[in-house]
Every structure is written in structure tokens, then in C-alpha cells.
Design a protein around this ligand. Structure first.
Ligand code: FES
Length: 307
């Protein structure tokens, strides 16, 4: 050991668990972004606490009590003498460099990471829904027939936001209008599902209301729905009956306002028992194409971003 170098370990920070806790907190934040707000908050709290303790520990040397005021320093000679061994070191260089490195690393990491996280993680949490879509008066939907209804979710986005819903008026249930409103997005890989029946193009109606154009095409008796991509087949309730789709067709929530039918959010359906107004819908939050939402297979999709 070089006697002139002294004991370097005296300037090294003692091992602490704060970085470990900080890393655990960050991991919790990422998991919370997927699983839910509670985990996210716990991660943020753990990160803040351990981060604070870590920084406090690292900068403890810099915050040491200042030495008493000394008389004015003599003029600096042209050639500085080498520091003597008995000179007081007030701020160890290693502590200073460590703090500067951590600080600069944090700033650079923040500058690089925050925008990326903002663009990749925030969108699912920002309200991306759409206003209720007025698709027509109740009379525009004859009972027990599907009407192919197309509309723009967001006219500002143009055709890219065009959606199709298959709407069937089921008549009244307990005195209230009942509708079956299926999304045409195939739940295998997302291709547009078609009606297995004849669209009555000559009865097509286009209605523009509040700047929103809606096309309605009645169908002759539809024998379910088929997907042109890989042959997926669905019955009249949207249940999968053949091919690779993994569940029933997604549906739209709806409400009636002043005799008008308004489409709301979409949700996913594992299966439907019964038919029409008496159907019992096994309803789940909206899931992606190909995603199982019930049964053991759903365990393979535990971490999904909110939609
Ligand atoms: S996308 Fe519809 S069956 Fe494959």
C-alpha cells in the first residue's frame, strides 16, 4: 500500500440500501402504470422516500458543519505550494465528484426519459374517448333487423376514424327500448367483420346532424357475421361459432335521448347467453383483438394497458 495515498476508503460512501429501495420504487411505478393507480402511488411514494434518503446520504459530507471563519487568506503566490498532510480538507473531492455525477446524471436522464415516457405511457391515461354518437331516431331501426351503421368517431380525423356498428332493435324490455349494437372489429386480429346477409343498399339513408354524417343500410335477415380475413364466424348475438376468434364481438354501450339512439363506449364480451332483449351479456372492459378475457387463457394476459 502506498503510504502517501492514505486510506482512500475513508472518502468512499458507506454501503446503503437507499439505491435498492429507489430502484424498487421505480419498478413499482412501471408496474403501476399497467396494473393500476394504487400500485403507481405506492411506487411514487417509495421512490420519493428512498430517493430523498439516498440524496441526503450522498450529500451528507457537503452539509457538514462549516469550519469557523478564518482570517483573510494571504495573497496567492505565483507557485502554489503542495497541500500539507496536516491541512484541513473541508470538502472531499470524491464526495463533490459523486454529487456532481449523480446530479448531472439525473438531469440528463430526466431530459432523455421524461419526453419518451410522456409519449409512450401517458396516452392511455389521457381521455381519448369520443362524445356520444347520435346514429338516428329510434324509428330508423326496424325491430329484429340489423342496420349497418357507419359514422366518423371524430370528423376532424377524417375517414381514419370511421367506424361501423351493426344495430338491431330488440323492441321493449320492461318498457324500455332494447338494442343489440355490435362492433364490426373482428376479435381475432381486428379485420372488419361483414354481415352474412344481403345489405339493402337501395334503402340506404344518410343523415347529417350536428356536422356528423351517419349512413344506415338495413339488411335482409342476417345469418350472423363472417370475417373475410381468416374465416371467423359469429352468430346473431356476436358469439364466436367458428374460426380463430377468441371471444364474442365487442359491443357499444348506448343511451336514448329525446327519441334518439346515442352510441357510447365499446366494451368486450366473453359470450352471450340467450338472445335479443333477454340476452345475458358477459361484459368486460374493452380488450384488444386476440385477447382472452375469461377462463385460464386470460391469465396469460395479466398486464394490459388501459384502453
Ligand atoms: S381477423 Fe377475423 S378471423 Fe382473423
Amino acid at each position: 500500500m502506498d503510504p502517501h495515498r492514505g486510506d482512500e476508503s475513508a472518502n468512499h460512501p458507506a454501503p446503503t440500501i437507499w439505491p435498492v429501495g429507489f430502484a424498487v420504487g421505480i419498478a413499482c411505478i412501471f408496474v403501476g402504470l399497467i396494473l393500476g393507480t394504487a400500485v403507481l402511488v405506492v411506487g411514487a411514494v417509495v421512490t420519493a422516500i428512498f430517493g430523498f434518503l439516498w440524496v441526503r446520504d450522498v450529500t451528507s459530507g457537503l452539509r457538514a458543519a462549516p469550519t469557523p471563519a478564518e482570517p483573510a487568506a494571504p495573497p496567492i503566490p505565483a507557485h502554489l505550494p503542495e497541500a500539507g498532510e496536516d491541512e484541513v480538507i473541508r470538502y472531499p473531492r470524491s464526495k463533490f465528484l459523486e454529487a456532481v455525477t449523480l446530479g448531472l446524471g439525473g438531469v440528463i436522464g430526466g431530459v432523455v426519459t421524461v419526453p419518451v415516457l410522456g409519449f409512450t405511457v401517458l396516452p392511455p391515461f389521457i381521455k381519448q374517448g369520443h362524445p356520444d354518437i347520435d346514429v338516428g331516431a329510434l324509428d330508423d331501426f326496424p325491430e329484429n333487423k340489423f342496420v349497418i351503421t357507419t359514422f366518423l368517431l371524430d370528423p376532424k380525423q377524417g375517414e381514419v376514424s370511421r367506424r361501423t356498428a351493426y344495430i338491431r332493435n330488440n323492441g321493449l324490455l320492461d318498457g324500455k327500448p332494447s338494442f343489440t349494437i355490435l362492433s364490426n372489429r373482428c376479435v381475432h386480429l381486428g379485420c372488419p367483420v361483414q354481415v352474412n346477409g344481403l345489405p339493402l343498399e337501395n334503402q340506404k339513408k344518410t343523415e347529417t346532424r350536428n356536422g356528423l354524417e351517419v349512413d344506415r343500410i338495413p339488411t335482409a335477415a342476417a345469418a350472423g357475421f363472417g370475417c373475410p380475413c381468416h374465416g371467423g364466424q359469429y352468430d346473431q348475438e356476436g358469439n364466436r361459432i367458428a374460426g380463430p376468434p377468441v371471444r364474442a364481438l365487442d359491443r357499444y354501450d348506448f343511451m336514448i335521448d329525446n327519441g334518439r339512439l346515442l352510441l357510447r363506449k365499446t366494451y368486450s364480451v366473453a359470450k352471450v347467453d340467450g338472445e335479443g332483449a333477454d340476452a345475458r351479456i358477459h361484459k368486460y372492459p374493452l380488450a384488444g383483438p386476440g385477447q382472452h378475457i375469461d377462463g385460464p387463457e386470460a391469465w396469460l394476459y395479466p398486464l394490459q394497458p388501459p384502453r
